[in-house]
Design a protein around this ligand. Structure first.
Ligand code: ASP
Ligand code: MG
Length: 603
């Protein structure tokens, strides 16, 4: 007899009829010979309604009282669903997070799960009961047993954590769309259903704002190897499977907190090529990477930060073996890229053969502002200077001097308690690997960019900045430190730009500005009118030309790229907010993701 955890979202339990339909599906699963644990969200838009009620009373509600309030939504749906099961002659019992023993840290409104007690669950399962658990809530370990919630959208996380704790055969997430789509169907009606996606890809997409799954749920599924399926509550279609590699064994204690970083990776077989002072207008990146792709030259990191005046720098890394050809491509293009015919500050090509790339990777870093800062400060403490920085949601990569690489590895393994041996990258893909270059695309309109000019180019600066932000609870999304190195008062400086949630932008600016004088930065600028468009796919690691295709699609729409940052499986571009949706459509089309099926998303 298999154990299955099923989670039903708000729309799936939005009315009495829908609750009855869910009960029928649960009962059918039991009749097919399974034990079932059901996790439910609050009915329909209940949680939003409760948030609004609180807002009508105060604009600064106590976080403890918010948890007290919001946790009631799920309590309604577990009781009603259990009654519906009883009415269908199915034995069932409802339990709150506290009754189960979903133990969390004492962080109200954003608690992480520490452990889940399974004895009571096992007892009811052995009695043949369906257990209906309130999603999104837990109980703190403190003596006061406080009710906590996991953060909005958190019942996915409850469900996957329960599946991990119980060793369930699978966790099914029932929702109002047929599964995971190639992009947001509300913005791009041609979005198509995927049959499967890897958990790494899903993590990137979920944290980029693809709303079907809570990123922390994907993180748990990946870490514990939970089989995860996202499917429609209204049909019997199989939906989308989220596949995870076989995980390293890990304890269930400290479920969500154990290790924010699970690997340190490095690559000493790379070189860096930078084009300096190229014009800041649409089509330049498309042309450069288009030419590299034509010559089948695969690039790894691509970094373009904020422009200065009307020029920009683009840097990329690639395997050493391709350097001569890449340099030739860059040199051939550079003269044609002057800002204007009379411009004397000609574009210039710079090559660095003495670099290494070092990365920390791990799903646990999502939403934990201190992780990148900890990496930077560990490197700084060892006197290691960081040249370029590029981050994705689950990885932070830096380029450093190759001489420093061994030390950097040791320092980072130590700092993050990574015991598995660090992984050299760049190994050839296995033949059986047949993964699409681009699996999906996402648009994030909720970010703002903060740019700090003229940060002194010496160890410890990035560490200070991001540590400060972490201390103030500002979670940084994408971080880019550019190639451009300028002398200011005889001192080498670089620009650092990063994106944060719009709501955090002013805090971030204030925090950085307060430190500017002491640390010797230039001015700090905030731009809220940005959009981030990204493509994600494991296959892009091995396929030259993916970036080129993305840049070309954008340039054909006349869209200027304000920033570029890549990881192995993701390329993100920052563009003007007004161009966001056009950009998403263009990119989605360019990778052949669009199809004829139309998915209707219920309001
Ligand atoms: N009811 C909570 C919310 O709306 C949790 C959830 O639905 O996942 O955020
Ligand atoms: Mg949800």
């Amino acid at each position: 007899m298999a154990l299955i955890v099923q989670k039903y979202g708000g729309t799936s339990v939005g009315t009495v009829e829908r609750i009855q339909a869910v009960a029928r599906r649960v009962k059918a699963t039991v009749e097919a010979g399974n034990s079932v644990v059901v996790v439910v969200s609050a009915m329909g838009k209940t949680t939003d309604g409760l948030v609004k009620l609180a807002a009508d009373i105060t604009n600064q509600p106590s976080r403890r009282e918010m948890d007290m309030l919001l946790s009631t939504g799920e309590q309604v749906s577990i009781a009603l669903l259990t009654m519906a099961l009883h009415a269908q002659n199915q034995e069932a019992i409802s339990l709150t997070g506290a009754q189960v023993g979903i133990v969390t840290e004492a962080e109200h409104t954003r608690a992480r799960i520490l452990k889940i007690k399974t004895d009571r669950l096992q007892r009811h399962l052995s009695e043949g009961k369906v257990i209906v658990v309130a999603g999104f809530q837990g109980i703190s370990q403190t003596s006061d047993l406080e009710i906590t919630t996991l953060g909005r959208g958190g019942s996915d996380t409850s469900a996957v954590a329960l599946a991990a704790a119980l060793g369930a055969e699978k966790c099914e997430i029932y929702t109002d769309v047929p599964g995971i789509l190639t992009t947001d169907p509300r913005l791009v009606p041609e979005a198509q259903l995927m049959e499967e996606i890897t958990s790494d890809e899903m993590l990137e997409l979920a944290s980029l704002g693809a709303k079907v799954l809570h990123p922390r749920a994907v993180e748990i599924a990946r870490n514990y190897g939970v089989t995860l399926v996202v499917r429609s509550s209204w049909t019997d279609e199989p939906g989308t499977r989220v596949i995870s590699p076989r995980p390293q064994p890990r304890p269930l204690e400290g479920l969500e907190l154990a290790h924010p970083v699970d690997a340190v990776e490095f690559d000493t077989d790379q070189v860096k090529v930078a084009l300096l002072r190229i014009p800041d207008r649409p089509g330049i990146a498309a042309r450069l990477f288009g030419e590299l792709a034509t010559q089948a030259l695969n690039v790894d990191l691509i970094i373009q930060s904020i422009h200065e005046g009307n020029t920009n720098d683009i840097a990329f890394t690639m395997v050493k073996a391709n350097l001569a050809r890449a340099e030739a491509v860059a040199a051939a293009i550079a003269p044609a890229l002057r800002s204007n015919p009379t411009d004397t500050s000609q574009a210039e090509v710079m090559v660095d053969q003495r670099m290494a790339k070092i990365s920390i990777a791990g799903a646990g870093m999502i939403g934990r502002p201190g992780v990148a800062a900890h990496m930077f400060s560990s490197l700084a403490a060892a006197g290691i200077n960081i040249q370029l920085i590029s981050t994705s949601e689950v990885k932070v990569s830096c380029t450093i001097d190759v001489e420093d690489c061994d030390r950097a590895i040791a320092v980072l393994c130590d700092a993050f308690e990574v015991t598995s041996s660090p992984m050299p990258q760049g190994s050839a893909p296995t033949a059986s690997l047949r993964v699409p270059e681009v699996r999906g695309a996402a648009l994030d309109l909720k970010q703002a960019r903060v740019a700090i000019r003229h940060v002194p180019d010496r160890p410890g600066m990035a560490a200070k900045i991001f540590q400060l932000l972490a201390t103030h609870g500002v979670s940084v999304d994408m971080i880019i430190q550019s190639q451009r190195c300028r002398l200011v008062n005889g001192q080498a400086t670089r620009d650092i730009a990063f994106t944060v949630a719009q709501g955090d932008a002013q805090t971030a600016k204030a925090v950085v500005e307060a430190a500017a004088a002491e640390l010797g930065f230039g001015d700090v600028a905030v731009d809220e009118e940005i959009a981030k468009v990204s493509v994600v796919g494991t296959g892009m690691i091995y396929a030259p030309g993916v970036a080129a295709r993305m840049f070309k699609a954008l340039s054909q729409q006349g869209i200027n790229l304000q920033m570029i940052a890549t990881s192995e499986i993701k390329i993100s571009c920052v563009v003007a907010e007004t161009e966001g949706v056009t950009a998403l459509r263009a990119v989605h089309n360019a990778f052949g993701l669009a199809g004829l099926e139309r998915t209707v998303v219920p309001a």
